[in-house]
Write a protein that binds this ligand. Structure first.
Ligand SMILES: [Zn+2]
Length: 122
């Protein structure tokens, strides 16, 4: 049974995962007691996180659910996986461009280091 009142999403919108690994409500600890922050409108902040990493939250101020887009996001999101592949490809292309350049090795290493790129094979 869920502790959440407002979050309705019960599957990750990106991959369909239904296993919930975390549920939270906004609260504070004061005078030896837990106080759940209920807004005057009766709503409260809530978060549900699925096993794929994706979180969905509800804001008591905006009274709407939103799919988190930073931090707690779906590790199986096809768009994310594609973006990661594109980044790896671009990094590899840049590495090869620098490696194959005719400038001296120390100059290439210096520039690569500025770009946080390691020219040596891992
Ligand atoms: Zn997911």
């Amino acid at each position: 049974m869920s502790i959440l009142r407002h979050v309705q999403t019960n599957r990750c919108p990106k991959c369909g995962e239904s296993l919930v690994i975390e549920e939270k409500v906004g609260y504070s600890y004061f005078n030896g007691q837990i106080h759940i922050h209920d807004h005057v409108n009766g709503h409260r902040d809530e978060t549900r996180r699925f096993a794929c990493g994706q979180a969905v939250s509800y804001s008591k101020n905006f009274r709407e659910e939103k799919v988190e887009t930073a931090g707690y996001t779906c590790l199986r999101d096809p768009e994310r996986i594609e973006k990661e592949k594109q980044k790896e490809k671009l990094e590899e292309d840049v590495k090869n461009f620098i490696r194959n350049h005719e400038l001296p090795e120390d100059v290439k290493r210096s520039v690569a280091s500025k770009l946080y790129i390691h020219l040596e094979d891992d």
